[in-house]
Ligand binder design. Sequence first.
Ligand SMILES: C[S@@+](CC[C@H](N)C(=O)[O-])C[C@H]1O[C@@H](n2cnc3c(N)ncnc32)[C@H](O)[C@@H]1O
Length: 268
Amino acid sequence: MMHALPHDRIYDEAPLYDLAFSYRDIPAEVDFIEAAYAEATGSARPRRMVELASGPGRHAQEFARRGVSAHAVDLAPAMVAFGQQSAQTAGVHVQYHCGDMRDIRLQPPADLVVCMLCSAGYLVEEDDLARHLRTVRDLLRPGGLYLAELAHPGDIPADADGGRTQNEWTMDGPDGVLDVSWAEAPDAESPGERTVIAQARLTWTPRDGAPRVVEANSAQRVYEEREWRHQVAACDGLSFVNSWGAFDPHVGVNAPEAWRMIVAVRRS
Ligand SMILES: C[S@@+](CC[C@H](N)C(=O)[O-])C[C@H]1O[C@@H](n2cnc3c(N)ncnc32)[C@H](O)[C@@H]1O
């Protein structure tokens, strides 16, 4: 059964989501974003940034830690509440907003907008990407940069190429163990050629209790680079700058070791 918010039951469990994806090296990812920003804009560091579909907003928090004025936007109220709480605990100031990456408006304009961890894969309806790009353009100052981390185009179906990324993993938390599974739903019919029904499952086993399973299915699109280039070209005021296959400036999208598609787009 599909729900109004994508993977709603998963994103309702914000602390579990945060633990599930805490294997990432967020400071290193932010170093990469800052280098891409400096190269594309000629400015050292953004002064103001917005993270879209931010979840807990861990990238926004890292930017805030570096002195950047940071905003985080997510559709799921539980994510926004958890993000606010975790920023407070970490002692960093991030402004959180409950909003949609297809139509959020914020002022003043930002130097940098980011959308991390394949969140743009939730842009599945026909005009979603165009709406999203217009939204990003209107969030940015002239000359500002947008960077999106997307699933690699070869990840369709999710495990077809022998696994650029892992579909199942386990995280050890202070209070228990979390088993994560994120893969194409076995019995679901694909809604479109590049859109799959992704089944997300979190199995939480507290140190002193029985396992609890949280599961949800949702449509996710695995974009090709040419779709982004085409849609960016069609959006007045934006131009495609660059793409990479990892958080490494030397890895292109078509390199054998590529596991993501990271795209950079500039506002003219
Ligand atoms: C895979 S999580 C990624 C979160 C975060 N970017 C990160 O790196 O951890 C996807 C997030 O996108 C959010 N989301 C999905 N559709 C959205 C939309 N249309 N607008 C804003 N947020 C959205 C979900 O609520 C969820 O928090």
